[in-house]
Design a protein around this ligand. Structure first.
Ligand code: ATP
Length: 346
């Protein structure tokens, strides 16, 4: 990566006994769509607030284009924040809400007019310019908030659960719009979300946080396919955890030996293999692990089977083409490069 736009270096923040940030470091590139993902209370909002300047880390640094931001108040940072509540002005119309930051900066009337028109066009709100915001739908309000936050051309936009207030269908539509607007404006976006699907769908890179620390920073594909820890594998997507012991480059399990393409754990080590349901092959005959279908749920594009492979081990397996019934005998295959192997305790 070229010189980052934003750098957070070893940021720490305590609230009494709670360590909200416990040494967080990350870089965000210019024009990047970056997601902070993690369960409630892991420190995502605290990190955002430290970047925006509403909160000061107890130690560590936040730099933008190499310049240290300590002591720089929020309004002097080239950073804007879009709040989950949107915090729009209900007594102002859409145009005035979007123009707000520009007026405060004392920009010329013509410049304000054309910038607001440009943003209303981009967010498909041109027809609503004179509507009051309390006469808009949730999705429209969300777009007003986005247009307002982008109007002063921040180098970095922070978005706290930007789609949190929208229902599922609207969320999915809005994801595409958000991505498109981010691309068009070439602004770096950092979004906070606890929704893994949203992070996977939107971000160029994701930082998965847990209890004030970063567990992994990687692309959505790597986070999903190559989780660095058991926590990441569990938090992002659906997975099977298969316990076993390493033996000559394979994992010895309750239902047989699973050869691994790469295994850097020593012989005899206790380990867990995380493998996604869709990475397990299933057929009616042939070689592989013998199992019996115990249950299934229809998920639209695939069916999720629960297959018993040992008295105390059942695996979740995605079947895309074939239909199975309860009681069917099946064969499962797990490719040597499928999933990720963790040492016990990792
Ligand atoms: P959520 O997804 O629920 O918003 P989060 O990941 O954004 O959670 P934070 O809001 O950053 O988490 O909170 C991290 C921890 O710090 C939590 O345990 C929280 O209770 C605590 N915390 C946050 N702000 C304060 C504060 N002002 N005073 C005391 N404790 C705080």
């Amino acid at each position: 990566m070229s010189a980052p736009l934003l750098s957070v270096v070893e940021a720490r923040k305590r609230y009494g006994a709670v360590s909200a940030l416990d040494g967080v470091s990350l870089d965000v590139a210019a024009g990047e769509f970056f997601a902070l993902l993690g369960p409630s209370g892991c420190g995502k909002t605290t990190l955002m607030r430290c970047i925006a300047g509403f909160e000061t880390p107890d130690s560590g640094r936040v730099t933008l284009n190499g310049a240290d931001l300590s002591g720089v108040p929020p309004y002097r940072r080239p950073v804007n924040m879009m709040f989950q509540s949107y915090a729009l002005f209900p007594h102002l119309n859409v145009f005035e809400n979007v123009a707000f930051g520009l007026r405060r900066k004392g920009e010329a009337r013509d410049a304000i007019q054309s910038r607001v028109a440009e943003l209303l066009e981009m967010t498909q709100l041109s027809a609503f310019a004179t509507r009051r915001v309390n006469e808009l739908s949730g999705g429209q309000r969300q777009r007003v908030a986005l247009a307002r936050a982008l109007a002063p051309r921040p180098a970095l936009l922070l978005l706290d659960e930007p789609l949190g207030a929208l229902d599922r269908k609207l969320r999915e539509e809005t994801q595409f719009q958000l991505k498109e607007i981010q691309r068009k404006t070439r602004t770096s976006f950092v979004i906070v979300t606890h929704d893994q699907d949203e992070a996977l769908a939107l971000a160029d890179r994701i930082a998965v946080m847990r209890a004030g620390r970063v567990e992994q920073i990687a692309s959505p594909v790597d986070i999903y396919e190559r989780p660095a820890t058991r926590f990441v594998a569990d938090f992002v997507g659906e997975t099977n955890f298969i316990a076993g012991r390493v033996r000559e480059g394979a994992l010895e399990t309750a239902f047989g030996l699973l050869p691994r393409a790469v295994c850097d754990l020593p012989d005899g080590a206790r380990a867990t293999l995380s493998v996604r349901p869709e990475r397990i092959g299933v057929s009616r005959a042939g070689g592989g692990i013998a199992g019996r279908v115990e249950d299934f749920v229809f998920r639209g594009e695939y069916t999720l089977l629960r297959v018993r492979v040992a008295p105390d081990v059942a695996l979740r397996v995605g079947s895309y083409d074939e239909r199975f019934s309860i009681g069917d005998d099946v064969r499962l295959t797990i490719a040597p490069d499928a999933g990720a192997l963790f040492a016990e305790g990792a």
